[in-house]
Each structure stands twice: as C-alpha cells, then as structure tokens.
Design a binder for this molecule. Structure first.
Ligand SMILES: NC(=O)c1ccc[n+]([C@@H]2O[C@H](COP(=O)([O-])OP(=O)(O)OC[C@H]3O[C@@H](n4cnc5c(N)ncnc54)[C@H](OP(=O)(O)O)[C@@H]3O)[C@@H](O)[C@H]2O)c1
Length: 334
C-alpha cells in the first residue's frame, strides 16, 4: 500500500488520506455502473493509500454498503475507515421521503448497516440531514451511546449549520461535517466553515467536482438519464448549465497552463483551502480515480489561486445545487 498525505478529522479524531473515496456513484446515482469496476476502483483506492470510504445506507438502498463489504472482504478491516450516513427515508419507487434521526431509530439503522457492511463497527456515523422534528442533542446522544457500546468510533454530521454544530459538539466531540464545497459551491465560507474551524471540527468536502460538471468531461450535448439526480438539479440544465460550463471553460484554460486536468485543479483548490479539509471524490472507475489522485501532486501557487478566484469568483455558479425541496432540508443553508 502506498502513502498519501494525511489530514486529521477534528481535534482528537483519526487522520485520513487527504482524498477520500465517495462511493455514492457506485450505486447508480449518476446512471448505470458495473459492480466489478466499482470494486476494482475501491481496491485501487486502498492500494494507492486512500483510507476513507464514504457511503450512506440509502445509497442504492443498501447496495452501496454491500458493495463495500464485498470489496473489503479480501482486505484487513483496518485498511480503511468507513463513514456512513443514515436517516434518509426512501420509498419502493426510489423517492426520498424525509429523514428520521430519532434516538429510537439510530440503533435500528446502525444494526442494518453493520450487517450489510459485514463489520462489527462503523468508523464515522452521521445523520445525513438534520431531522427537523428531533433536537440534534437527542440524535447525537443516541449515537454517543453506540460509541460507548463499541459499535461506532466517531460521530460526524452532514449539511448542518453553525448552531447545530455548536449544540452537537456540546454533547459529544464531532470529528467532521460533510458539506458541499467546490469552486462552484462556496456558500459554506460565510458561516459554517468558520464555525467548524472555531469548534475544531474538520470538513469533508463533497461535490468537489460539482458532481462531474467541474471535471472537463462534461459537454453541452450530454443527455442525463431520468434516474440521474443531476437531471433534476437546476445547476445542470438550460441556461444555468450554459453559464456554468463557461466557468468550467475558464478553469480549463488555467488547468492547461498548469499541465493539469480540470478535475485535478478543482480538487487541489479545495485542498488548498485548509489543512482541516478532506476532499471526498466520487470516482467509480479506476481511470477516473487515478486522475483524481493526481491532484495531490499539484500545488496551486498564489498566482494560480488568484487567477482561479478571478475566473470563478464566489457565488458565480448559476442555479441552486439541489432541487428546491432538497434545498429546504439543508440546515447549512439557513
Ligand atoms: N453529505 C452529503 O450530503 C453528500 C451528498 C452527496 C455526496 N456525498 C458523498 O460525497 C461523495 C462525492 O460526491 P459526488 O460523487 O456527488 O460528486 P463529485 O465527486 O463532485 O463528482 C462525481 C462525478 O465526477 C466524475 N469524476 C470523478 N473523478 C473524475 C476525474 N478524475 N475526472 C473527471 N471526472 C471525474 C465521476 O465520474 P465517474 O462516476 O465516471 O467516475 C462522477 O460523475 C459521494 O460519493 C458521497 O459519498 C455526500
């Protein structure tokens, strides 16, 4: 196994590779994928020194966790930390149907995840969204009981705002908060990121490639399947898409000067924002993963960072990052 640069999650949390592997796309979120290639990609990530795998029990309704179980079956359990989100409810028609982060639901979700993952503990466990009907203290308190019982090692959060971070941290140490963060999604800079820093909570940034839009591989002609969540997000269609692709073109011009790909510049930019930020990258093919890891060899100097800032200033992207109903669930955007 190779070594990659490490970053610590929280004041006393574990150190993980600066790039973690996001596994969501391996369960069809962005259209069909082959399990065999997904498993090979997880193996390639581990071999390259990636030590953080991110999943959610609702990604493919259990499929993603079972895929990770299969990938890890021939490996030492300690090779990677597994980060699991829970609480998102779904229906048999695939639709999302709110969130359940009641204390009684926590051990139930956890029991199913442990079974699907084929493990006796989860390294980082987090509610996918704030449940508006449940005080965060109660959810975190219930996960803390699972920490005491040895089923969970660390507690994380996802898409929550400043006040929730503070209230949660008062109950139990929070090692990281997952937030969308990229050149095209910078809303966390206003309050959530500074608050996390003050509290000593790391940020695991997701959507670093704006779900593939900020990768250099997206063409205006691209047709998205109805099952692809991007087909329903304002950022990826019509005049918004045209506007956003013009921003990507500007990044591509800078990337060419640096001898790097757009994806590498996008990842390196997020990593340049602070040592307390880990970039989750959703590569589901070995070739993509190798390209993404190349970002670790790219140092963006002051000139490159200023040029990127001019090319894509904060707030430059058009269209919200989720559809309206999903945006309304984001405590981080309140
Ligand atoms: N907490 C939350 O609310 C939340 C929400 C969403 C996601 N997440 C987590 O964050 C992870 C990452 O986010 P994401 O997957 O949505 O978005 P992302 O990393 O911004 O983008 C993934 C897309 O980029 C493409 N890609 C990957 N590597 C590439 C490369 N080197 N060059 C060009 N394109 C590349 C992928 O294509 P291929 O699939 O073809 O490789 C995929 O279409 C997820 O897997 C999930 O674990 C968390």
């Amino acid at each position: 196994m190779s070594e990659l640069p490490l970053r610590r999650l929280g004041r006393d949390g574990p150190s993980v590779s600066a790039i973690g592997l996001g596994c969501m796309g391996m369960s069809g979120t962005y259209g069909p994928v082959e399990d065999e290639e997904s498993i090979a990609t997880i193996h390639a990530a581990l071999d390259a020194g990636v030590t953080l795998l991110d999943t959610g029990d609702f990604y493919g309704m259990g499929h993603n966790e079972m895929l990770i179980r299969d990938a890890l079956s021939a490996r030492e359990r300690g090779e990677a930390l597994i980060s699991v989100k829970f609480g998102a409810l779904r229906g048999p028609d695939n639709r999302f149907a709110g969130n359940d982060a009641r204390p009684a639901a926590v051990p139930n979700f956890l029991a199913y995840s442990l079974r699907r993952l084929g493990t006796d503990h989860i390294d980082i466990y987090r509610p996918a969204r704030l449940d508006p009907d449940v005080p965060i203290e109660e959810t975190v308190g219930a996960i803390a009981e699972m920490v005491t019982a040895g089923y969970v090692r660390q507690i994380g959060l996802s898409e929550v705002g400043e006040e929730t971070l503070r209230r949660a941290q008062a109950v139990h140490p929070i090692c990281d908060v997952q937030l969308e963060y990229s050149l095209l999604a910078r809303s966390i800079e206003a309050s959530v990121l500074p608050a996390a820093r003050k509290l000593g909570i790391a940020v695991t940034a997701y959507g670093v490639l704006t779900r593939g839009l900020l990768s250099g591989d997206w063409t205006p002609e691209r047709q998205l399947a109805q099952s692809d969540i991007r087909a329903h997000s304002p950022r990826y269609s019509g005049p918004n898409l045209e506007h956003n692709l013009a921003l990507v073109d500007a990044v591509a011009a800078l990337a060419a000067e640096l001898g790097a790909s757009v994806a590498q510049v996008a990842i390196a930019w997020v990593l340049s924002r602070g040592e307390d930020i880990v970039a989750l990258v959703g590569s589901s093919r070995r070739e993509r993963l190798a390209g993404a890891l190349g970002a670790l060899d790219l140092r963006l100097g002051e000139d490159a960072l200023s040029a990127l800032e001019r090319a894509v200033p904060a707030g430059a992207a058009a269209g919200s990052r989720y559809p309206e109903a999903a945006m309304a669930q984001l405590d981080s955007e309140r």
